[in-house]
Design a protein around this ligand. Structure first.
Ligand code: UD1
Ligand code: UDP
Length: 365
């Protein structure tokens, strides 16, 4: 019987790996074990609870204001014993976090084959996003299976010389998750609060934006709020204390900006589906919004998700106050531009990525 271990540690990896865990656990003749690093704690546990996944191993490594050194060394030191005990035939990792990179490194040291889910995303700027671009490129060097969400991601890997027969275009498992969470009939106290307004959903957490870029992002949004009484902002704020500090210092107690705790994934998706506009530096939200037809201003200078830009739903606006301010104002005032960005498309798949990955690993059922 094949023995597959799935390793992840942060909120977005969990959202995108839980549908795959469910799919694999439904298959015969395979043992599936789940190892979480606990790089995130509360934000990870929220997702595990929502998808009813109970890990077999939990490295519990999270520390407040953790450094990349701490995350890497703590995971590396703890993974060895678990991998030696479990002896998996294959380890599946996801995307580009430090959990992903370190788990892949541990497997490489022990010569355990790796399957990389969400492979081939690239900006080719090694410092943006930081350290994710390095993480995903490093995992691609050692992976035996590359599960690329799109044809473009596959082409990146081919250009880098990865063996074509080991690259599979599957769609993104994040869309599998999204297909299970959206409800026609849904309400939430934040939606009631925002009812009748143009509701902007904001998220911002990237390491490279912490400091001056994040202050500029927040100042632009504050100006918009001050000048447009019809606008309200919901910001489910990441638990990183550095992010919280900047948000509180810029937004203060502005009444039409709600700084709330991280939302459960079902709530987040349903609020996203009802937003007027999304402002984010997140990766996963850039994939979810096009399939919901929600315009996104991406608070970054570059993106590894050009498919959403090509589809017209995403627009890169960088992190400079004036540019962000003008871009939001345009979408509030120019109906044609707004409508142009509202067209739903599915560049990241049809919701069956997990099934495809399971078929590739275990054969069709
Ligand atoms: C990590 C990933 C990033 C991903 C993001 C998703 C790395 C280097 N970065 O960034 O790619 O986009 O997750 O959200 O892997 N914290 C809590 N509780 C939690 C989660 C975080 O208190 O449940 C706080 C802790 O103080 C922690 C800090 O947030 O030290 C930062 O967490 P960390 O995982 O280092 O970085 P993220 O910015 O979340
Ligand atoms: N998300 C969530 N609750 C929130 C904010 C985001 O469940 O309060 C989900 C969102 O739908 C997406 C994922 O978290 O699936 C994105 O995670 P994040 O932005 O933290 O990381 P990234 O995708 O940038 O790595």
């Amino acid at each position: 019987m094949k023995n597959i271990m799935i390793v992840f540690g942060t909120r977005p990896e969990a959202i995108k790996m839980c549908p795959l865990i469910k799919e694999l656990k439904g298959r015969k003749n395979v043992r599936i074990s789940v190892c979480v690093t606990g790089q995130h704690r509360k934000m990870l546990d929220q997702v595990l609870k929502a998808f009813e996944v109970i890990p077999d191993y939990d490295l519990s490594i999270m520390q407040e204001k953790q450094t990349l050194f701490e995350i890497t060394t703590n995971i590396l030191n703890k993974m060895k014993a678990i991998l030696e005990q479990e002896h998996p035939d294959l380890v599946l990792v996801h995307g580009d976090t430090t959990t992903t990179f370190t788990a892949a490194l541990a497997c490489f040291y022990l010569q355990i084959p790796i399957g990389h889910v969400e492979a081939g995303l690239r900006t080719y700027d090694i410092n943006a996003p930081y350290p994710e671009e390095y993480n995903r490129q490093a995992v691609s060097i050692v992976a035996s299976y590359h599960f690329a969400p799109t044809e473009r991601a596959k082409q990146n890997l081919i250009r880098e010389g990865k063996a074509a027969e080991k690259i599979y275009v599957t769609g993104n498992t994040g869309i599998d998750a999204l297909k299970t969470t959206i409800r026609e009939d849904y309400n939430h106290e934040e939606l009631s609060w925002a009812s009748g307004s143009k509701m902007i959903l904001l998220t911002a957490h990237r390491r490279e934006n912490i400091g001056e870029p994040m202050q500029q992002i927040f100042r632009a949004i504050k100006r918009i709020i001050e000048e447009n009484p019809e606008v309200k902002v919901i910001y489910p704020i990441h638990l990183n204390p550095l992010v919280r500090q900047i948000a509180r210092s810029v937004f203060g107690d502005e009444e039409r900006i709600h700084l709330i705790e991280p939302l459960e994934v079902l709530d987040f998706h349903n609020i996203l589906a009802r937003a007027y506009l999304v402002l984010t530096d997140s990766g996963g939200i850039q994939e979810e919004a096009p399939s919901l037809g929600k315009p996104v201003l991406v608070l970054r200078d570059t993106t590894e998700r050009p498919e959403g830009i090509a589809a017209g739903t995403l627009c890169l606006v960088g992190t400079k106050e004036e540019n962000i301010y003008r871009s939001i104002r345009k979408l509030l005032n120019d109906e044609d531009t707004y409508e142009e960005m509202c067209k739903a498309s599915n560049p990241y798949g049809d919701g069956f990525a997990s099934k495809r990955i399971a078929d590739i690993l275990l054969g069709d059922e």
